[in-house]
Design a protein. Structure first.
Length: 242
């Protein structure tokens, strides 16, 4: 089940206005071109920004997400009519043979157990054609990004047309091993409504990720730095061998 920040209809509706700068996706659009991919699987597509960016470029894209409220937002975006949106996750996909599969925006960190993570990798491999690529990002745990997730540093206030002023912030509630739990709070000032969402992310290091890729039949081609977050993110490019 998706976290409330993606599944609650009111939170899904303001997800994009609260985080309008999606220039982080430009590098992935460029990687689609670099790989010559004409068909793409978008795992954990959320509100559909990346999928729509690809669709308007003529790329065949299959987006999947477990949050129905986020998909409702995605379906209303320009270019969304050319996309077949799927409710579910990578393990519930119909038969596919795509050139590339992507997990953007740290989707790879929502899989908390080894079983769930490896099942997702296995499903991605099955959806790829031989010679296809899997691309995903994850935060480098050595940078301890969660130490910056405080109300003072994460507070955002936006006046959303038709909704009014919305304020949001985050705070970490628990760090146990490589699992970080945090609370997202969103206040709708017009109605004086405060909605809370709790999420947990797993911070895997590079050797652990590369080991899991090998177990599921991938070859790590390259590990890149995220251009928009230098030194903080690991971008994995993995190959499904022929």
């Amino acid at each position: 089940m998706a976290d409330a920040i993606f599944e609650d209809p009111r939170l899904a509706q303001v997800y994009d206005p609260l985080d309008p700068d999606r220039s982080d996706l430009d590098v992935y659009v460029q990687m689609v071109d670099e790989l010559g991919a004409r068909s793409v699987l978008d795992i954990g597509c959320g509100t559909g920004t990346f999928a729509c960016m690809l669709a308007v470029r003529g790329v065949g894209v299959t987006p999947v997400d477990p949050a129905g409220a986020s998909l409702a937002v995605a379906r209303a975006k320009p270019g969304a009519g050319a996309v077949h949106w799927l409710l579910g996750d990578a393990t519930t996909l119909p038969p596919l043979r795509v050139d590339a599969a992507f997990m953007t925006a740290n989707v790879a960190q929502v899989f908390l157990t080894d079983d769930d993570w490896e099942a997702t990798l296995r499903a991605a491999r099955q959806a790829l054609r031989p010679g296809g690529h899997l691309v995903f990002e994850t935060r480098d745990p050595a940078r301890r990004a969660w130490e910056q997730w405080t109300p003072e540093l994460t507070r955002t206030v936006v006046d959303v047309p038709g909704i009014g002023v919305v304020e949001s912030w985050e705070e970490v509630t628990d760090v146990t091993g490589d699992l970080v739990t945090f609370r997202s709070l969103t206040r709708f000032q017009r109605d004086d409504v405060l909605i809370e969402s709790t999420s947990t992310l797993r911070f895997r290091d590079r050797p652990e990720v590369e080991s899991s890729l090998r177990r599921e039949g991938f070859q790590t081609v390259e590990v890149r730095d995220a251009p928009d977050r230098p030194g903080r993110e690991l971008v994995f490019l993995a190959l499904r061998p022929h």
